[in-house]
Design a protein around this ligand. Sequence first.
Ligand code: SAM
Length: 223
Amino acid sequence: MLSIISTPIGNLGDITLRAIETLKKCDAVVCEDTRVTGGLLHQLALAKKELISFHGYSDEGKLRMILQRLERGDHIALVSDAGTPGISDPGFALVSRTAEAGIQIEVLPGPTAFLAALSASGLPINHFLYLGFLPLKKGRKSLIATFKDTPHTIVFYESVHRIERTLMELAEALQTQPERNVVIARELTKMHEETVRTTVAELPAVAKSVMKKGEFVVVVGPL
Ligand code: SAM
């Protein structure tokens, strides 16, 4: 069986009881970075658990090896560095191939940064568009340009290196909608958690002043 396990996005207290139980009883844990997941398992007193590093499609040999173990009856847990596997993280290739092979899959839901940001945003979230990370080059400008006609709340991930540039690009693309709400969620569940609630008109000033450290989720309100 393959167990897909969400892990904390910052605060260890967000690990679920089921996640701990499953990590305890599985035969091995497939993860992105053995140091990151090794640290988590160490904190859960499970440091001896076998770890298999796996980064996605690039690793066909590794993928086959994991599938063979699943086929012979091993219980494998899939985690990513943080949050939900497959959400802007590896996981898709293993889950789809496991499903194709007719092997049982169970899911253990838990933290996901964009859902935490949406629920803290105070914006309407019955309908939303999740975009993961915006493309770095090709298609970036045209995608951001579509935001002005997107009626739903939009949510995407941004790294510390690009947050200022992205907020400036957003301000430019949405300049005809100065009242549109924007929420920037930083370091959710961590010590320096911060949720900045602003509007398109204020974005250039916010872009300059927002703390350039940590991890970010950007939420653009609906039309
Ligand atoms: N799988 C993860 C999930 O379920 O949210 C996302 C992994 S993605 C590689 C990492 C990005 O998620 C970061 O660059 C940031 O945009 C966002 N992120 C992760 N943890 C966060 C946090 N604690 N606060 C704000 N954003 C976070």
